[in-house]
Design a protein around this ligand. Structure first.
Ligand SMILES: CC(=O)SCCNC(=O)CCNC(=O)[C@H](O)C(C)(C)COP(=O)(O)OP(=O)(O)OC[C@H]1O[C@@H](n2cnc3c(N)ncnc32)[C@H](O)[C@@H]1OP(=O)(O)O
Ligand SMILES: CC(C)C(=O)C(=O)O
Length: 543
């Protein structure tokens, strides 16, 4: 490839389809590799390392298909310093508009002695032959001294000199086992420049692994001493702990261009889509707190942060989610650390404009739920607010004060004791032994209040999924004066009237939600009775 004229332009070399695919459990077929390669081209990467053609017929075909079909980036195939590998890689990338062969051989003594079981002289010879062979097939040849950061820099420099002499146009210095620290890596590269001045005539590349979590900092350190190509993989996948994460390095360079001065050709708005595609096709989920593409990367949960973001996003955000292609980031996540500002904002998005006492009430309820529930979703919030807005637990109605239920798996039937606040008689209590815990609570309520309500419908739904989901209880009761022991005076109640009342309530505790819903249903029915409604809904003229 032609070297960019801007000296600070960083070449993005994507190895998702080669080193990324080396992650345990990942195996991409030709169609999947093509789909990812097309997306990488849309993302504007400069080089796609499409695979290791000697590895399998399938990988060869995938590299060949990418070379033939994907326009824009350089298409590279990896090859050991072996004639067969290089020939195969050459065949695979031949039809690309911009083909590259990337060949490598180790320069560390540990690899020379224990893996390749040969000598430094063999490595010098192997590198020379490999680069010469690759150069006979394509113009664009990249050479890597594998395990360089654990190798003798002088010997590595000697190998690099040979590779450059044979026509390598990019020299990539891998931290193969993710061992170097940023200072060491920068120093190592500086030494290579010192020992091999010809390195200034080619592109120096960095390829870092994340074994100690230093892949991105090491890549940045490499750039600081002159490297201008970064090898990286989407979502940071790759051998063992993975490679430099593509989205992190690109957004680091783009976001901190003010300080660092580097540019890339990346279309950053394609980052989120690329991450999702790679995650879906590889089966590798992205951790929620992953920088840039994690679900939480643009979310704020705590009240102080949310308040700041609502006032001005820059208070707690260094990047705009839209810049990586996220237009609908759920920025404010409601949980136990959230404050009124975020709650008010979330409610307003749901169409509820709450202030003053109503907001305070909703906030208290929200905190109560958030203490028991990891995250309060929009659906939870809506259920809570409508619950709160029903407001019929207030003055003039029955309201649940407390309940206790005893339910066991032995023969004893469940027993409930309930205390209810009444409009005119203070707190009254009742108890009942029922068929089930909910039945016991409902009948204990009847006993406390002094009604003979008939349960017509009862349903419990989970508002959202998960173990800590809010329960929404829906109850319909029928209440009548005929034969019922109604022991309170309601103005206008006519003997023989029967009416229905419906109530709903939301709580993390199913029994509590059920009890409140039941009392609300009783309140509604009692109000209807007082107003002279019949069970069929028609108005009964009161005498
Ligand atoms: C750091 C990296 O990520 S390097 C890339 C790693 N990626 C892969 O290995 C994925 C694809 N690999 C494969 O499919 C297989 O390993 C193949 C097809 C390449 C080779 O398979 P095999 O011939 O069965 O060899 P095997 O994998 O058992 O061993 C690797 C051989 O390559 C040799 N080798 C390793 N690196 C190099 C190199 N850069 N140049 C030359 N030879 C090398 C080893 O010394 C060993 O040779 P030996 O069998 O004579 O001891
Ligand atoms: C082949 C080389 C570049 C490699 O993947 C490594 O050393 O990690």
């Amino acid at each position: 490839m032609t070297t960019p004229s801007d000296p600070n332009r960083v070449i993005i070399f994507d190895t998702t389809l080669r080193d990324g695919e080396q992650s345990p459990g990942i195996s991409l077929n030709k169609g999947e590799k093509l789909e990812i390669a097309h997306q990488l081209a849309r993302l504007g990467v400069d080089v796609i390392e499409a695979g290791f053609p000697i590895a399998s017929p399938g990988d060869f075909e995938a590299v060949q298909a990418i070379a033939r079909e994907v326009d824009g980036p350089v298409i590279a195939g990896l090859a050991r310093a072996q004639a067969g590998d290089i020939t195969r890689a050459g065949e695979a990338v031949r039809d690309a508009a911009k083909p590259r062969i990337h060949t490598f051989i180790s320069t560390s003594d540990i690899h020379i002695e224990h893996q390749m079981r040969n000598t430094r002289a063999d490595v010098l010879e192997g590198a020379k032959a490999a680069v010469a062979h690759a150069k006979s097939l394509v113009d664009d040849v990249e050479f890597s001294p594998m395990d360089a950061t654990r190798a003798d820099p002088e010997f590595t420099a000697q190998v690099l000199q040979i590779a450059i002499d044979e026509g390598a146009t990019t020299i990539n210095v891998p931290d193969t086992v993710g061992y170097a620290t940023p200072d060491e890596y920068a120093e190592f590269l500086s030494k290579l420049y010192e020992y091999t001045p010809a390195l200034r005539d080619v592109v120096l590349s960095v390829h870092c692994h994340d074994d100690l979590g230093l892949a991105v900092p090491n890549s940045l350190a490499g750039l600081s001493v002159g490297a201008r190509q970064v090898e990286c993989a989407v979502n940071g996948i790759g051998e063992r702990a993975g490679n430099t994460s593509l989205e992190e390095i690109i957004m680091l360079l783009e976001t901190r261009r003010d300080r660092l001065g580097y540019t890339t050709g990346a279309v950053t708005t394609e980052i989120a889509r690329t991450s999702r595609l790679v995650s879906r096709l590889t089966g590798y989920a992205v951790q929620p707190n992953k920088a840039i593409v994690g679900r939480n990367a643009f979310s704020h949960e705590s009240g102080i942060h949310q308040d700041g973001v609502l006032k001005n996003r820059q208070t707690f955000e260094i990047m705009d989610p839209a810049s990586i292609g996220i237009d609908d980031a759920e920025q404010l996540v409601l949980g136990k650390h959230s404050g009124r500002a975020a709650l008010k904002d979330a409610l307003s998005k749901l169409g509820y404009e709450l202030d003053g006492q109503a907001l305070r009430q909703a906030f208290d309820k929200f905190k109560e739920v958030a203490d028991r529930k990891k995250q309060v979703t929009a659906m939870d919030l809506e259920a809570l607010v409508t619950d709160e807005l029903r407001g019929d637990d207030a003055v003039g109605a029955f309201r649940l004060v407390s309940y206790a239920v005893e339910a066991t798996s032995d023969a004893r039937p469940p027993h409930a004791v309930v205390v209810v606040g009444t409009p005119d008689r203070g707190e009254v209590s009742g108890s009942f032994t029922g068929d089930g815990p909910v039945d016991a609570v409902f009948r204990a309520i009847d006993a406390a209040v002094g009604v003979d309500a008939r349960l017509r419908e009862y349903r419990v739904d989970a508002v959202t999924g998960g173990q800590d989901a809010l329960a929404q209880a829906s109850v319909v009761v029928e209440l009548g004066t005929a034969g019922a022991a109604v022991r309170w005076d309601l103005p206008g109640v006519v003997a023989g009237d029967r009416v229905t009342g419906a109530g709903q309530a939301v709580d993390t505790d199913t029994i509590r939600a059920s009890a409140i819903a039941y009392l609300r249903a009783v309140n509604v029915a009692a109000r209807k009775l007082a107003a002279g409604h019949r069970a069929d809904g028609a108005l009964e003229p009161t005498p």
